[in-house]
Design a protein around this ligand. Structure first.
Ligand SMILES: CC(C)(COP(=O)(O)OP(=O)(O)OC[C@H]1O[C@@H](n2cnc3c(N)ncnc32)[C@H](O)[C@@H]1OP(=O)(O)O)[C@@H](O)C(=O)NCCC(=O)NCCS
Length: 173
């Protein structure tokens, strides 16, 4: 059974259109004073999520806080991006560099704000920031059953470069 998809998008010569945000939504760079709010968003995004089996640290806010600190301290490539509406924290994204490849590591929108184009706006912004670093390609991974996310990535321009079977993933661990 296909468990995970690796995806890639070429950046050379591609213009990354930024969707227009309405209703007071703004995308801001993360700063350290937002650490707990980011962790709470990660927690809310993964509550009851099909990937939790593999993402045990996300079952508690404290686990998410440890993850956020680890990601931000260890992966200083780009500041995460946060999407807000007034005082409300609505979603986030962050990127990472692994083996010389630029990855979109995370895109999350808290459930009450989903389906409003925020995930697409965050993706467009982080991909544009990765392109501005001079990257020729951008990569990401998504679990195969996560159809909302896979749909978003494919419709944005990512293509599947590898399908991981459940047993391949066990070997990889
Ligand atoms: C994936 C996620 C970030 C999408 O955020 P969102 O703000 O709802 O996404 P958008 O409103 O920008 O929609 C993007 C696309 O996804 C599709 N989509 C969003 N929600 C959907 C749903 N419930 N069912 C089917 N498609 C959906 C939309 O159709 C849209 O495509 P379109 O523009 O062609 O219509 C959000 O569902 C989420 O946070 N999921 C949990 C965390 C997660 O799994 N992140 C990805 C890890 S790899």
């Amino acid at each position: 059974m296909v468990a995970r998809l690796d995806m890639k998008m070429a950046l050379s010569g591609r213009e990354i259109t930024q969707p227009k945000l309405t209703h007071g939504f703004v995308i801001l760079p993360f700063n350290n004073s937002m650490e707990r709010e980011l962790a709470e968003m990660v927690f809310l995004c993964y509550k009851g999520h099909g990937d939790l089996e593999f993402l045990q640290e996300r079952t508690t806010v404290e686990g998410c806080l440890a993850l956020v600190r680890k990601e931000i301290v260890e992966r200083k490539m780009l500041a995460p991006l946060i999407i807000m509406q007034g005082e409300k924290f609505c979603g986030f994204t962050w990127a990472a560099l692994h083996d010389g490849k630029h990855y979109v590591s995370e895109v999350g929108v808290v459930p009450e704000f989903r389906g409003k184009g925020l995930g697409r706006a965050l993706l467009a912004k982080i991909v544009a920031e990765i392109a501005a670093l001079g990257a020729k390609e951008v990569y990401l991974g998504v679990s195969a059953p996560n159809e909302d996310a896979a749909h978003l990535y494919k419709s944005f321009g990512f293509e599947v470069i590898r399908e991981w079977d459940t047993k391949d993933l066990k070997k990889k661990k």
